[in-house]
Design a protein around this ligand. Structure first.
Ligand SMILES: [Zn+2]
Length: 61
């Protein structure tokens, strides 16, 4: 089953995409959004790496 349509836009504008992660052009809005959420891109990357580590740990065998 392909259920890849009608996703919420990844930039959280509440738009619905035609199946991609972002509405056209909205992928470039995610960076300022992340900076606003995390303080800076560096802070975001630090948070992201921690989150990845934790998700890796939770899928332990
Ligand atoms: Zn959007």
């Amino acid at each position: 089953m392909t259920n890849d349509k009608g996703r919420l836009c990844g930039c959280r504008c509440d738009g619905i995409t035609a199946g991609g992660r972002f509405l056209p052009g909205h992928d470039s809005k995610i960076v300022p959004q992340l900076e606003a959420d995390h303080g800076s891109l560096l802070d975001f990357w630090a948070w992201y790496e921690e989150a990845m580590k934790e998700s890796g740990r939770s899928t332990a065998e």
